[in-house]
Ligand binder design. Structure first.
Ligand code: WT7
Length: 642
């Protein structure tokens, strides 16, 4: 147990474990009272008429109904009035030492102009806009501009392929796409406009493609469809009225992977999401007015939405936006940004910490890091050794390490220590956030009470940041989250609650894998593989990977009528296939060509056998008597890539 540091507790919003426990009990006993108080942190055009309604089994959830507000107003206008010269966003560009500081007053103008551009391109309240931008300030301007006029943004991570982008544009019916000529990620240039061209080719739904100039690379511009963003902005004034939205009006959709092949458009609404992200940002990172807060995520993921843009800006915080990668020009980059900007709160993923840790302590110790007070982590379980390194080396033993567990669907942080209150245990996300009731259930759905137990992690009741539906498929929303364990929201994670009531996430229990902090469905990768002419069938599993946490291992059966002269080239072609269909982040680390898969007599693939082979474990397969052909296991071991 790592005790709370007195110098952190002294100035913290929640300053002791007893303080946390008292507030937690209150939040559970009287959620309506608790959340209506938290909602007062936002500015409402019309206050909510009720706090909360939910019929969990139907996946019908509403918070702050009758309330009217605007997310952009809360993130921008009200701060531009009270603290116009405070820096809202510091953009840390790809090249070290290059920064752009944007005050709240400037942000108001940038967002207003952008909102007017969207309107001029026909975007109206309720319309969807696709954002496929690198980490440049325009990504935040665009998100906030959508929120301002009541449009629903769909940010697509700029590492996704043309096919993946096209699928998302179509699913959400986006008439406008924002992109850039190219993106920069360390030494690499990413041809974003080219990808968009492929994605929207022949799509009649897309009216306008607005292109930001990042590198000045020459790109093709289709007249009547493609516009330079800077030219469009120059035509507009900076003043744009806000649309007052109902608390339950959609704010954004964000696609994430599930157990089936098709990505889900997770929908978040305005009031509850804003209350929850502002509240959790303030408490989990113990935010004060003088903090410089740096979350190194990408805006294309929920972490970027909730904890680079909406949460921090709602709180009037200075938020850092990082365009580059942790190892450019070397593995000391994060700590250089920390020193340059005097960052007090830093938030990243275990995979990034592992990568820079491997490069050696010198990259850390050459920076002073004396401004750091809080070090957050998110996305996957953090190994206790990595946690300890983060704490001892990066934080000099002086900063609080905050392991935050949550999901795209939860909108905000659900389980995490509070810096001034919760003693830490390396590797545990510790205790639930106020108002959050984690429940462990066995495979039959019976609650497992008490401490020192493990089970499927569910959440009882609702919380304001909870996703409300899957865009265009509420039935899927219900069946994914609310039917396996009736009465609860099912997270898809396994979890242990230890003797002290601390939660330890043990990883996914469904067919979802977490690769370098990116969530991928194994079914998605399998469909990408079988779309190749050579592949008859594919099975994808995760295996322990030193840097990525989980690596991707694919077993592929080649079609009888396909003659592979060069097996190496074939494996390369299959890899490229996944890259092209999904994204480089989904590229398998290993592909094993096999003649058969371990199937039960009813035809179900026994994935645990594949996971074991992928992990390099070649004995003790347990009961394999239900396999249609048990000899297949030896054949698989013989041709294993491990
Ligand atoms: C899944 C959600 C939440 C933003 C980033 C990922 C895993 C997330 C932790 C953590 C252990 C974690 C879970 C979860 N996960 N945070 N602190 N410890 N596992 O969002 O893509 O929706 O993925 O990430 O497996 O279900 P996401």
């Amino acid at each position: 147990m790592i005790p709370v540091k007195p110098h952190i507790a002294k100035r913290a919003h929640v300053h002791s474990l007893a303080h946390y426990e008292g507030l937690y009990r209150e939040s559970i006993a009287n959620p309506a009272g608790f959340w209506s108080t938290q909602a007062e942190a936002l500015t409402w055009f019309h206050p909510p008429e009720s706090v909360h309604q939910a019929r969990i089994e139907e996946g019908e959830i509403a918070w702050f109904s009758g309330g009217k507000l605007n997310a952009c107003y809360n993130c921008v206008d009200r701060h531009a009035e009270t603290q116009p010269d405070k820096v809202a966003i510091v953009w840390a560009a790809n090249e070290p030492g290059e920064y752009r500081k944007i005050t709240y007053a400037e942000l108001a103008r940038e967002v207003g102009r952008m909102a007017n551009v969207l309107k001029s391109h026909g975007v109206r309240r309720g319309d969807r806009v696709a954002i496929y931008l690198p980490m440049i300030p325009e990504v935040a301007f665009a998100m906030l501009a959508c929120a301002r006029i009541g449009a629903v943004h769909s940010v697509v991570f700029a590492g996704f392929s043309a096919e993946a982008l096209r699928e998302r544009i179509l699913d959400a019916d986006c008439a406008v796409v924002l992109t850039a000529d190219e993106g920069l990620r360390g030494p690499k240039r990413i041809p974003l406009k080219e990808t968009v061209d492929d994605a929207v080719e022949g799509l009649s739904v897309v009216r306008s493609v607005l292109v930001a100039k990042r590198t000045g690379a020459e790109v093709a511009m289709t007249p009547g469809r493609d516009y330079w963003l800077a030219e469009e902005l120059a035509k507009e004034r900076a003043t744009c009225p806000v649309e007052w939205m109902d608390a339950e009006d959609p704010l954004f959709v964000l696609y994430t992977s599930g157990s089936t092949g098709k990505p889900k458009g997770v929908l978040h609404t305005t009031g509850g999401y804003m209350v929850y992200t502002a509240f959790t940002h303030r408490h989990v990172f113990d935010i004060h007015d003088d903090d410089v807060y740096f979350c190194a995520a990408d805006a294309g993921w929920i972490t970027g939405h909730s904890y680079i843009v909406y949460g921090p800006l709602a709180n009037g915080t200075t938020t850092v936006m990082f365009e580059s990668v942790p190892n450019y020009p070397d593995c000391g980059r994060y700590w250089q940004v920390v020193d340059d900007l005097e960052v007090s709160v830093f938030y990243t993923a275990p995979t990034a910490i592992r990568a820079v840790m491997r490069a050696g302590d010198e990259f850390v110790t050459r920076a002073s890091r004396k401004s750091l007070r809080i070090l957050g982590t998110v996305g996957e379980p953090i190994n206790p050794e990595v946690w300890t390194w983060y704490h001892d080396v990066v934080g000099n033993g002086q900063a609080a390490v905050i392991d935050t567990w949550w999901q795209t669907e939860t909108g905000g942080i659900m389980i995490a220590p509070l810096p001034g209150a919760t003693p830490a245990k390396p590797g545990s996300a510790t205790l639930p956030m106020f108002g959050i009731r984690p429940v462990l259930v066995d495979d039959e759905g019976t609650e497992i009470k008490g401490n020192g137990v493990s089970g499927n992690l569910c959440l009882a009741g609702s919380w304001p940041g909870q996703s409300r539906t899957i865009l265009g498929d509420h039935q899927r929303f219900r069946s994914t989250y609310f039917t396996r364990f009736p009465g609860y929201y099912f997270t898809g994670d396994g979890c242990r609650r230890d003797e002290d009531g601390y939660y330890w996430i043990t990883g996914r229990v469904d067919d979802v894998i977490n690769v370098a902090g990116h969530r991928l469905g194994t079914a998605e990768i399998e469909s990408a593989l079988v779309a190749h002419e050579a592949a008859a069938e594919a099975a994808v599993v995760g295996f322990p990977h030193e840097i990525k946490g989980t690596g991707i291992y694919a077993f592929v059966i080649i079609r009888d009528d396909f003659s592979a002269e060069d097996p190496k080239a074939l494996v390369g072609a299959l890899r490229d296939q996944v890259r092209r269909v999904i994204s480089p982040i989904a590229t398998p680390d290993a592909i094993q060509i096999v003649s058969g898969l371990p199937k039960t007599r009813s035809g179900k693939i026994m994935r645990r056998i594949l996971r074991q082979i992928a992990a390099g474990k070649t004995d003790d397969f347990g009961d394999i008597s239900t396999l249609a052909d048990p000899t297949i296991v030896e054949a698989l071991i013989a041709s294993s890539e491990r």
